[in-house]
Design a protein around this ligand. Structure first.
Ligand code: DX5
Ligand code: ZN
Length: 230
């Protein structure tokens, strides 16, 4: 994985057909997705349940590019090796998931995976300041984690701006997760985000047997974000 700040679109398979993950991953990549975002939920840290390392391992052969695994689980540390062995390129943990986030980030990097730090909407940018040399990505949640299809929380745009200034020249991505569509993407791109996760706004209108809408949706988000940078 080489570092760059170009806009990357990361479809969240939370909005894909759960009976068809392998084909869905191939379909969105064929239609222009940069990364595949995998939302792991435990029914405890967030009020929803999705899937675990076995599912990540099963889809890995169907993902050509980056598999970006977002852990909405607590505790985290006991599961890091399993997600790394499943082939995750990036493993993101929440700062709110426990008292020892620094140890968690070290453990993630220790597996050889890239380490991400996610911040809930109620957590200020300041929570990331002392961790910026220990992460490869900061994920700004622009909805409360747990479900796809929620409304983008605008107060987070200023947080993105603060994080971008804090990060400076470090090779750290800023990822936006929740409510990203062609209307909200320009706000966060202009504030300094480079990875845009989108679930409902990518998968709406399409299917594995009719994947052209995925491409149109991805292009619309990318073009809106890039236009804000010109
Ligand atoms: C929310 C997840 C997101 C979600 C985004 O807990 O982390 O990745 O799938 O879905 P949309 O784009 O529909 O808001
Ligand atoms: Zn996510």
């Amino acid at each position: 994985m080489t570092f760059d700040r170009r806009i990357k679109i990361a479809p969240s398979i939370l909005s894909a057909d759960f009976a068809n993950f392998g084909q869905e991953c191939r379909a969105v990549e064929d239609q222009g997705a940069d990364w595949i975002h995998v939302d792991v939920m435990d029914g405890h840290f967030v009020p929803n349940l999705t899937f675990g390392p076995a599912m990540c391992k099963a889809i890995r052969p169907h993902v050509r590019g980056v598999m970006d695994v977002h852990l909405m689980i607590a505790p985290v540390d006991a599961y890091i090796d399993a997600f790394a062995e499943a082939g995750s390129d990036i493993i993101t943990a929440h700062v709110e998931a426990g008292p020892h986030i620094h140890r968690t980030l070290q453990a993630i990097r220790g597996t050889g995976a890239k380490a991400g730090l996610a911040l809930n909407p109620g957590t200020p940018a300041e929570a990331a300041r002392l961790l910026l040399d220990d992460v490869d990505l900061v994920c700004v949640m622009t909805v409360n984690p747990g479900f796809g299809g929620q409304k983008f929380i605008r107060s987070q745009v200023e947080k993105v701006r603060e994080l971008r200034a804090m990060i400076g020249d470090r090779p750290v991505h800023i990822e936006i997760d929740g409510g990203v569509d062609p209307a909200t993407a320009p706000l966060v791109a202009a504030a300094g985000a480079d990875v845009l996760v989108a679930g409902s706004a990518v998968f709406r209108g399409g299917s594995v047997s009719n994947s052209a809408p995925y491409g149109e949706n991805i292009r619309a988000i990318r073009e809106a974000a890039e236009a804000a940078l010109r």
